[in-house]
Design a binder for this molecule. Sequence first.
Ligand SMILES: NC(=O)c1ccc[n+]([C@@H]2O[C@H](COP(=O)([O-])OP(=O)(O)OC[C@H]3O[C@@H](n4cnc5c(N)ncnc54)[C@H](OP(=O)(O)O)[C@@H]3O)[C@@H](O)[C@H]2O)c1
Length: 279
Amino acid sequence: MNMNINKKPIALVTGASSGIGRDMARYLNSLGYNLIITARDEDKLKKLKQELEEKKLEKKELSEKSEVKTNGKANIDIIVADLAKEEECISLYKQVKEKYKNIDILINNAGFGLFGSFLETDLETELDMINVNVKAVHILAKLFMQDMVKANRGTILNVASVAGFMPGPLMATYYCTKNYVFRLSEALREELKKKKSDVKISVLCPGPVDTNFNKVAKVKFNLKEASSEYVAKYAIDKLLKHKFLIIPGFSVKMARFFSKITPDNILAKVCYHMQEKKR
Ligand SMILES: NC(=O)c1ccc[n+]([C@@H]2O[C@H](COP(=O)([O-])OP(=O)(O)OC[C@H]3O[C@@H](n4cnc5c(N)ncnc54)[C@H](OP(=O)(O)O)[C@@H]3O)[C@@H](O)[C@H]2O)c1
């Protein structure tokens, strides 16, 4: 059944229960997008839905009192999924396709990190990380992109990181996952261009952002953190302008520049030194 009844564009945001994903959902909602929000924590997703619906109501009441009218109620759909599990990634795709047929924006944002020496970090946690940060992004990008290319419309935003530009001793697995996301996005962009498809892809590479990430990864950033509201708005604004590589903040742009001109062995040494300070 196609639920695209109110003709508003639809965005699917993974990892929408917290941090950058939640703020991207808030911002897209303010732009009038219908939303499909997904993560494991159903309570947090319900809270976000309630918050956005209350905002809509306030706007509607205001618009009824003024000359300016809001154009219908945006739909917010919750799908609870553990993206570390392949079958839940596939099921998420199937549920969305069944309900909406095509979506306008896919945001592959869910992800997490883990700090520590490769010799000591927990294997199960790392395999889950590879599943969420790499495998889920891969599955969802492929399945949704196939539909988007058929319809010749749609946009994908993959959330990588400044970590995607370099090796990351003491956070080795996380950096590798983000290198994968960055390079996959670059490759897909070229394939779409060669196909002359109108489907677009972008990749977001933030530096440190103030979210739940640190707590989950067991790190303390020693650099100034950007707010997730700023990063989310910056990313969506650039995405809607079809900018491919989205790097919020001057210092992160500089990090990208240095990663390109510095030999890999030196980069690894610098990274090790910076990560050490996060203990
Ligand atoms: N914060 C930073 O400094 C920073 C910098 C660069 C890039 N990033 C990237 O930005 C993205 C968002 O992270 P954040 O900083 O906003 O951290 P966050 O506040 O911890 O949010 C992470 C989101 O990912 C979801 N997630 C984690 N594991 C999941 C799983 N197994 N299945 C489904 N969803 C899962 C979480 O939802 P549930 O726990 O409810 O499942 C949560 O909504 C990540 O890809 C991260 O690598 C962050």
